[in-house]
Design a protein around this ligand. Structure first.
Ligand code: SF4
Length: 365
């Protein structure tokens, strides 16, 4: 069934491509790291006609988290022996300029892998003599869970829980990319899970004011190829609009989740790896929850730090450079010995390219 559906989609893409490729090329950015991994794992590039190019974008939360954030977490873990850092597993190996959290843990500090913000609250409850700091990294998909954890800590008066927030919002990064004259993007494949929360209307300015096709798709090959076909159809018809091939996405999004986010967080300017500061692209706690903000509780100033020497993750995240064209790729930077977050993260473009091959879609390692 899936094979027949895939065959039909590939046929449709090949049929519509000549008109869509009016100037010989269509560049489609898959915004999300989950798309990047699925495209690479299923060798979807190899199914596309010449001229239809997929480029990876900034939708890997670990990858876009800046070095300064890692440094703040490392500094805190080293300075306070009563602190337990709770973090998603991928963050442990991301290098900062002061080392990575894995090294800090090897040096004796408490760094615990958790699978949710709620689990970090559990940890704080079990260990009232410790300060548990959750590294709140992620987009609109994970931010509601962090908001619920804050609400729970507040209701249950768990005073030894706080978050170091690096939550980010996807549409401001897409807007920045749409205004970037150094990278050509004709259409965006928008992430299904984020779009369920924010609603497809969130992409309207990108389609209407910047002329980029925006199509929401899920993560299996049929969904991804359906999204690509929809973008190509728009290009062939000379239109750019927001569409969804992901059945559960509404125009307005998940009202409950959005109101939870609004009541818990406010938007703030945020620093993205590769982009610098993007206005209104991050989330920080509302004033009434400030006591759960680790940067306030522990007086952690913003840190400015450079990416690792030679690492081109910033260019990879902006779609300016295929991973293989980073000079460190493979020989010096690989999953065993990663230099940048795009090789560390299970959703990173460099990790996907290393594991499955990128340009040809073949040669898995
Ligand atoms: S290959 Fe490694 S060093 Fe190069 S951009 Fe990717 S993560 Fe950074």
């Amino acid at each position: 069934m899936a094979d027949a559906a895939l065959d039909r989609l590939v046929e449709e893409i090949r049929r519509v491509a000549p008109e869509a490729l009016a100037d010989g090329q269509v560049r489609i950015m898959e915004v999300c790291g989950t798309h990047t991994m699925s495209i690479a794992r299923n060798a979807l590039r190899s199914l596309l006609p010449d001229g239809v190019e997929l480029i990876s974008g900034p939708g890997c939360p670990v990858c876009v988290t800046e070095v300064g954030y890692i440094d703040r977490a490392v500094r805190l873990a080293r300075a306070r022996d009563d602190v337990v850092i709770g973090t998603y597993g991928d963050m442990i190996r991301v290098p900062g300029s002061l080392g990575c959290l894995g090294e800090v843990r090897a040096g004796g500090a408490r760094v615990e892998v958790v699978y949710s913000a709620d689990q970090a609250v559990d940890l704080a409850r079990r260990e009232p003599d410790r300060e548990v700091v959750f590294l709140a990294v992620g987009f609109e998909t994970t931010a509601p869970a962090t908001a619920l954890a804050i609400r729970r800590a507040n209701t249950e008066s768990i005073a030894n829980f706080s978050i170091l927030t690096a939550h980010k919002l996807i549409p401001p990064a897409m807007l920045a990319l749409s205004s970037d004259s150094d990278v050509r993007i004709d259409g965006f494949l928008c992430p299904g899970h984020v779009s369920v929360v924010i609603g497809s209307d969130a992409y309207a300015p990108i389609a209407q004011e910047h002329g980029r096709a925006c199509v929401v798709a899920g993560f299996d090959p049929v969904q991804i190829l359906s999204g690509i076909a929809a973008i190509l159809r728009q290009r062939a018809e000379g239109r750019s609009k927001v569409e969804s091939v992901y059945p559960v996405v509404s125009r307005e999004g998940n009202i409950e989740a959005l109101s939870l986010l609004r009541e818990t967080f406010r938007t703030c300017d945020a620093t993205w790896r590769g982009f610098g500061v993007l206005p209104a692209s991050g989330l920080r706690l509302q004033d009434r929850f400030e006591r759960f903000d680790a940067s306030v509780r522990f007086d952690l100033p913003d840190e400015k730090a450079q990416d690792p020497p030679g690492c081109r993750c910033g260019d990879v995240l902006r779609g300016r450079l295929p991973p293989e064209e980073c000079e460190l790729f493979e020989a010096r930077c690989n999953p065993r010995s990663p230099i940048g977050p795009c090789m560390v993260s299970s959703e990173g473009a460099c990790a996907a390219a290393f594991k499955y091959g990128h340009v040809s879609g073949g040669s898995p390692r």
